[in-house]
Design a protein around this ligand. Sequence first.
Ligand SMILES: N[C@@H](CCC(=O)N[C@@H](CS)C(=O)NCC(=O)O)C(=O)O
Length: 253
Amino acid sequence: MTSETQHNYWGYTTGPGIPTVYSLTDSGSIRVLWALEELVGQNVLETYNLKSFERSKTTKAAPDAMKEGFRLGKSPILTVSPVNAPDEPPTPFVESRLVLQFLADHYANGLWDPITPQDQARDTFFQEFAGTTLSTLTSLTLTMDVIPEATPWPLKPLLKLLFVPLMSVFKGKLVGPFEFLEDALSDEKPWFGGSRLGLADFCMVFPLDTCVARKYFDAAKYPNVNKWHKTVHELPAYQRAVAKMGEYNGIKA
Ligand SMILES: N[C@@H](CCC(=O)N[C@@H](CS)C(=O)NCC(=O)O)C(=O)O
């Protein structure tokens, strides 16, 4: 084992410069791209660099070239050098929720700070809920869904027999979390971050986009969540993020 520097650690006394995001098509980097586009749109960040990568057509894996940003090569990766030393080797930041926190701490200028201590707790709670409970159930449902889809004939019908019922079981497990999210939203608190957009909203968009695109989410049953989702999709910053990603849930830029 070799000793390494602490990951996701900004060890400089000066602030970070223009960030670079490594983004894979159809991936969770939508959370970070949307956040970056919000920062640019609100004039708190001048610009950012984008390195786009395409998933393998056959395996859907990220290309090895993404490892240039961070050794695991998973999307998203944010790299940044100090503002006064742009030629310094960039520091990588990974794990979407932590990348978003880094953007909030170093670039957002209070833009996404929750207004009350209660909203702070709410925002933290829903960041975690999005990345754990909701993402895990969404990933399991998706896995059961895509295995037979990706299997060639003549095995496909056999795997469908096995995986379609399993998919229904996991899809059913999403109902409780959806009801819970529905009850959390109101006219006073239309965002998962509280009365205004917060990090929890960026975290929530990826699993909910997947659930909507794959029809695991019945919009008629959850009007508050549906309204949140529609509002996000109408935001110019979110739309720019989708366009920058190149391909996302069947939408091609
Ligand atoms: N826990 C990481 C997940 C990173 C991850 O697995 N990203 C996926 C896309 S959503 C990826 O790069 N997949 C391609 C691959 O595994 O080769 C995060 O929150 O950012």
